[in-house]
Design a protein around this ligand. Structure first.
Ligand code: PBG
Length: 330
């Protein structure tokens, strides 16, 4: 049979050389940010059951981990403190304690590895005994403005301790503007704000909440944050949050989770000139590992495809627990 097709698109996929030349999106270690958990009072790293290969680090093992990350060509880490329940209170006072592990960690890494970019989360959930990202009012609801005042102080201390970027992940109204103002007032004009702008109320945060111990019902990872995090059904509302954070002075906008929200990343890419970060969250990581452990998915191929898809959607950088493994691959 001799057809005379005019267009034969398969010519553009005919060999590895052709495919390489035509590849539109690539994934490199320099696109990645590695999230790291730190915990006071432990002598060796503690594995997190639902996140294979991820540990809660002590101050000592943290430094080793960070040297490894830097040597792999990963430009940045995002630090998450795991706080002893005895320090957790309704008002999250411990967040501002100058001796707490997060500030110690920031100071130590900044001193030893000055070129590794340090990102500190700005939220109160590690420090509240109810697990919410803010403090509560008399009615038991998250109090927006009281929370924002605390976040201003938290972000300022983080920046003073060595954070290059502060990353508000709380979804309170007005917090980007308030934090920018607090940083500028403290002469921290060089500190950037990476805003968790479109952060959805997602079930995919379950393993993270196990890791930091912020779930109210032990083991279930369930904590209702729907009065501040976005409804997964809402695209326009997510874009509005991004627009507001941009107006309030965010340097980089983030979408979180990443994989289930590629449409939001793409639409944001089409409407902003700011850089976009995407967070491939703990549940996205856990589900790939779980399927791979069962022999149902190929770990490396699924991992790489999941990350490439996030880049293709329009993300400039990705926070991912796979960062080290991906960087080792290259
Ligand atoms: C909380 C915070 C969460 C994550 C990062 N910062 C969880 C939450 O909102 O409960 C989730 C990250 C992940 O699942 O990997 N401020």
């Amino acid at each position: 049979m001799n057809f005379e097709w005019l267009r034969r698109p398969r010519r553009n996929r005919s060999s590895i050389q052709v495919r390489n030349l035509l590849q539109e999106t690539t994934l490199s270690p320099s696109d990645l940010i590695y999230p790291i958990f730190i915990k006071a009072g432990i002598s060796k790293p503690e594995p997190i059951e639902s996140m294979p290969g991820i540990f809660r680090h002590s101050l000592d093992s943290l430094l080793q981990e960070c040297s490894e990350v830097a040597a792999l060509g990963i430009p940045a880490i995002a630090l998450f403190p795991v706080i002893d329940p005895i320090h957790k209170t309704p008002e999250a006072e411990y967040a501002l304690n100058p001796d707490q592990i997060l500030y110690q960690a920031l100071k130590k890494i900044k001193k030893e590895l000055p070129h590794l970019l340090l990102i500190a989360d700005v939220a109160l959930d590690p420090y509240t005994n109810h697990g919410h990202d803010g403090v509560l009012n008399a009615k038991g609801e998250v109090d927006n403005d009281a929370t924002v005042s605390l976040l201003q102080r938290l972000a300022t201390i983080e920046a003073q301790a060595g954070a290059d970027w502060v990353a508000p992940s709380d979804m309170m109204d007005g917090r980007v503007e308030a934090i920018r103002k607090a940083l500028d007032d403290a002469n921290l004009t060089e500190t950037s704000i990476l805003a968790y702008s479109a952060k959805f109320a997602s079930a995919y945060y379950g393993p993270f909440r196990e890791a930091v111990g912020s779930s109210t019902k032990a083991g279930t990872g369930y904590l209702d944050k729907r009065s501040y995090q976005l409804n997964p059904a809402n695209r326009r509302e997510a874009l509005l949050e991004c627009q507001l954070d941009e107006k309030e002075g965010a340097d980089i906008l983030m979408v979180k989770p990443a994989g289930p929200y590629l449409d939001i990343i793409r639409e944001l890419r089409n409407q902003t000139l700011l850089p976009i970060a995407a967070y491939q969250v703990s549940g996205e990581y856990a589900q790939i590992h779980a399927a791979a452990q069962n022999g149902w998915l190929d770990l490396e191929k699924t991992r790489d495809e999941s990350l490439l898809a996030i880049k293709r959607a329009g993300a400039d950088m990705i926070l991912t627990y796979f960062a080290k493994e991906v960087a080792r691959r290259k």
